[in-house]
Ligand binder design. Sequence first.
Ligand code: PLP
Length: 273
Amino acid sequence: LPTAEPGATPRRVLTIAGSDSGGGAGIQADMRTFALLGLHGCVAVTAVTVQNSLGVQGFQEIEPETVAAQMRSVVTDIGVGAAKTGMLASAPIIEAVAKECVGLGIGGAGSVPLVVDPVCASMHGDPLLATEALDTLRSALIPLATVVTPNLDEVALITGIQVVDQQTQRAAARSLHALGARWALVKGGHLRSSTHSPDLLFDGENFHEFDHPRIDTTHDHGAGDTLAAATTCALAHGHSVPEAIGFAKSWVTRGLEAAYPLGAGHGPVNPLW
Ligand code: PLP
């Protein structure tokens, strides 16, 4: 992506997401990617997680109105070219975020593209979204998404479809698109048996496949966030959704190749390489 001249204001993006105290995923992964790609990142914090390389030990939610107020504050002053959502924790936060997005022209019929990464749980299985919030995610936020980027566990929770092969991956993409997302990306990285990481993108008419060799590492913490963050950056630069996903997929693949051990558990992707 092009970078701004020193002293010139770069493109701005907004992440609406949770903090990871371990510095691997969530807002910390988003801000790392934004900065490395030369964009200015703004933040609406939704929750503060207590987390390290071994998992999420707990989290505290931010008041929904405070989440919305952060969005309003930065968008009305700083302005953003694209936004993304990550961990939203609860139905009231999703409702507040969706309402604010509509008011600020983010996603849906608005002019600012919105990447919805429907974070439901950590890679260790620790819940990051209340189970009863799934309905709100489906009805209030996914319809606003320019692109929704679930992994296979999230696909199963949202659509009820267990993706095991290309046919079920296509069915899941259709189901997500039917919920109202302009584009649906069904990430295949969690097909653990596969030697490839086939991601499938669908806009209601055409399927685009993004197939990269699977990087065999246990240090992939924050990979999903990083993919959504890099997608957001490319959209802020005016790229189409297929171009943005293609770019982001290469960015994450590089990050996985350079991921490093950290603590006693899973280390983070490292797109700096
Ligand atoms: N913590 C936060 C705040 C997140 O947003 C996410 C993922 O989106 C995670 C943890 C989980 O990341 P991973 O599944 O890579 O462990």
